[in-house]
Design a protein around this ligand. Structure first.
Ligand code: TXA
Ligand code: MG
Length: 354
């Protein structure tokens, strides 16, 4: 299969040519095919969420286990109603506060949504993205669009069309290239089927923001550390070793000076043994490091820059053939919770405190 890559500017004012591209993409979705498209979080791999056969193609293209459910993306509130059997009070509050935007809500599903989309669960994940390309594509398709991140299962999520191309060329009909995404980590997932909402995955809608909107919010243990064999995370996707670079990644946490010292020591050790070593630093500490492949992940003082660059940097280290990577850690409040969740998982929870 030839994968078409079409550029569509992400500003929202589409030219006649871009409109034609979007219509072509929507047509593919309507006919049961796959289209990758930008969202404000990461690139998604879209299919008609109501078409079980189309959903199956997503699992095949990604090499994803089929018990891992998909998020249905909608363009507006009218799109939500038919997918759910009930909209709990907290769901309304959160949707009003954060949609369109980087938040996914888990609802009890309606009969319309096939089990092939929800991995056999009787709940459905729904998100209303804010990205203009995503919204227009969903609107033109006229159906909810099931879309996991558009990476091969186990690889870092794609934040640029080129990343999607690396993983999906020849496996899907089309990639809409809207340039680099804004946020860079996947949406916050909140289960609102229970009395007290439960955060299943941290993202750019932070715990602090959720608290402000609905008060008490619990946190699924799968977010906090490795999932023990007996424990079943509520978001099935959280049990897989996700976001993994090819290299062995270790996080070093603690006081800045000590962290820099320890990373330099660890890197020097592996360099001496002849390995290719990557170092993930920040703009603030860039000058402290010498040997190895030293890359800044962003400005420590602006955590949104860190989230933005995270996955692209992990992919860059793969391309460079890094065998060991040492990364500075980050505070776990606000967006830092999402950053540390993704980095810890990429590190297989190898975290060194100094
Ligand atoms: O930002 C995002 O959410 C991106 C963009 C494309 O929208 N999508 C994304 O999808 O990250 P994916 O498939 O990579 O991650 C979806 C996560 C998985 O961990 C999955 O297990 C969980 O959502 N999930 C989906 N449906 C669920 C359900 N009914 N109950 C619990 N967890 C669910
Ligand atoms: Mg994913």
């Amino acid at each position: 299969m030839d994968t078409k890559v079409l550029k569509v500017s992400d500003e929202g004012n589409f030219t006649a040519k871009e409109k034609k591209y979007l219509e072509e993409a929507a047509e593919i979705l309507k006919n049961g095919g796959l289209v990758a498209f930008p969202t404000e979080t990461v690139y998604g791999l879209g299919a008609n969420a109501l078409d079980e056969k189309a959903a199956r193609k997503i699992y095949e293209a990604k090499g994803r286990p089929s018990d891992n459910p998909l998020i249905a993306h909608v363009a507006d509130f009218e799109g939500l109603r038919p997918l759910v059997s009930r909209i709990p009070e907290n769901g309304i509050k959160l949707a009003k506060a954060f949609w369109p935007g980087p938040m996914t809500l888990i609802f009890p599903k309606s009969d319309l949504v096939p089990l092939g989309t929800t991995g056999g669960l009787d709940t459905v994940a729904v998100r209303m993205p804010s990205d203009p390309v995503a919204r227009e594509l969903i609107r033109l398709a006229g159906v909810p669009v099931a879309a996991p991140s558009a990476n091969t299962s186990g690889r870092p999520s794609p934040t640029r069309a080129e990343h999607v191309f690396q993983d999906m060329n020849g496996r899907i009909e089309m990639i809409l290239d809207g340039g680099p995404v804004g946020i860079g980590v996947e949406s916050t997932i909140v289960d609102v089927t229970e009395e007290i909402p439960v955060m299943l995955r941290p993202g750019a809608v932070t715990m602090e923001m959720l608290h402000e909107a609905v008060g008490e919010v619990r946190i699924d243990p799968a977010i906090l550390g490795p999932v023990s064999p007996g424990l079943k995370p509520k978001a099935p996707g959280m049990k897989y070793r996700h976001y993994a670079p090819n290299a062995d990644l270790t996080l070093v946490e603690g006081e800045e000076e000590k962290v820099v010292c320890e990373i330099k020591r660890l890197a020097a050790e592996k360099l001496k043994e002849g390995y290719k070593v990557g170092i993930i630093c920040t703009d603030e500490t860039r000058e402290c490091y010498g040997g190895g492949l030293v890359r800044s992940i962003g400005e420590r003082a602006k955590e949104e820059t860190v989230a933005h660059n995270l996955y692209a940097l992990l992919r860059e280290f793969d391309d460079l053939g890094a065998q060991y990577i040492y990364s500075e850690g980050f505070p776990e409040d606000h967006l830092g919770q999402a950053i540390m969740n993704r980095l810890s998982k990429a590190a297989g929870y190898r975290i060194q405190k100094v």
